[in-house]
Design a protein around this ligand. Sequence first.
Ligand code: FAD
Length: 383
Amino acid sequence: MSGASFPEIREAVARLCRDYPGEYWRACDRDGRYPREFVDALTKSGYLSVLIPEAYGGAGLPLAAACAVMEEIQRAGCNGAACHAQMYTMGTLLKHGSEAQKEKYLPKIASGALRLQAFGVTEPTSGTDTTRIRTRAVRDGDHYVVDGEKVFISRIEHSDLMILLVRTSPRDEAHRTHGMSVLLVDLREAVGKGLTIRPLRTMMNHSTTAISIENLRVPAENLIGVEGEGFRYIVDGMNAERILIAAECIGDARWFVAKSAQYAKERQVFGRPIGQNQGVQFPIARAHIQTESAAGMVARAAALFDAAEPCGSEANMAKLVASEASWFAADVCMQTHGGFGFTEEFDVERKFRETRLYQVAPISTNLILSHVATHALGLPKSF
Ligand SMILES: Cc1cc2nc3c(=O)[nH]c(=O)nc-3n(C[C@H](O)[C@H](O)[C@H](O)COP(=O)(O)OP(=O)(O)OC[C@H]3O[C@@H](n4cnc5c(N)ncnc54)[C@H](O)[C@@H]3O)c2cc1C
């Protein structure tokens, strides 16, 4: 059922997750508390650094292995959103960082001594149109001076480093994606010295924040790659991000389907299990079919990524079908549980809130449809 790739990893992650049952996540959710113990355990186990090459202290495994990790976390009822960014954000540093930067940071990220959980792209005024970001960095000797605002910057309070997208030259309509750069911000130096964090309460426990940046000095040596080319580096990391999030959605969907089937077998109404009614069993069967079909698309996208083949459309399609499968399964699970689905103790309402995010972030469904329409089908661009 699990697709069975990397069975040892799946089994070990599932075992680790058993120490973090529903009560643990419910308490974190209720208190808006970061699941530090879970993230620490996952970091110590090495599963967060599977994508880091062995030369830098990681396991050097393919993206399909990272997908197995994230999928199993969600399938166990846990929430990988507390730490998933470390997997894909690291790719920007690995792919585009200098050798000196990689040697300085990657082994420490792999060992858990440093946390790279935050990335700052979204801004209040630019929305999905990343080329309109206003946060700018001006070179001043051997530093950049950064000013701007970012929103929905998740896990920054639980991270040592942040990948930050800034404008280093003004937007030019003819070359909209040029003139943006990526800085690696050391949050241990930055917070309180130009960078201010304001937590944002959201409908699920996601440790997200708004940040304001004023006169923040970032050493020029923390520029990743070439100045002005940052947009390309961020886009480069998006395929991995989308495929990993899609795998999380598959894990969520499998959790909802299993939970629904179990409850439908046990719950007796009118003197028989509710799952004996086709009105109850058909939606669960449909959710299962959608989930397993989407899992095939996720596996295909990951395989293309691991073979270093172009996979932009496949990564987007995987994210869309997987997030729609998990959302459909969430709704079915809620309906199957009747009134009990709304109570905290069943974990259904929590997972329902958590999985809804993936219709919007890290990329919304409409933007995926637009990508596939224009890139895969050659339809005219609308923006
Ligand atoms: C909980 C949470 C955590 C997040 N974490 C991070 C993070 O750590 N770092 C980070 O940088 N960002 C983060 N984000 C931001 C996330 O990536 C954005 O919310 C997402 O990309 C959508 O951007 P937006 O919210 O500005 O929506 P908008 O761009 O304002 O769009 C609003 C709606 O309009 C639709 N829309 C916009 N333009 C078009 C169009 N041309 N055609 C059709 N439809 C359109 C969109 O699909 C969307 O449904 C997070 C968001 C959330 C909610």
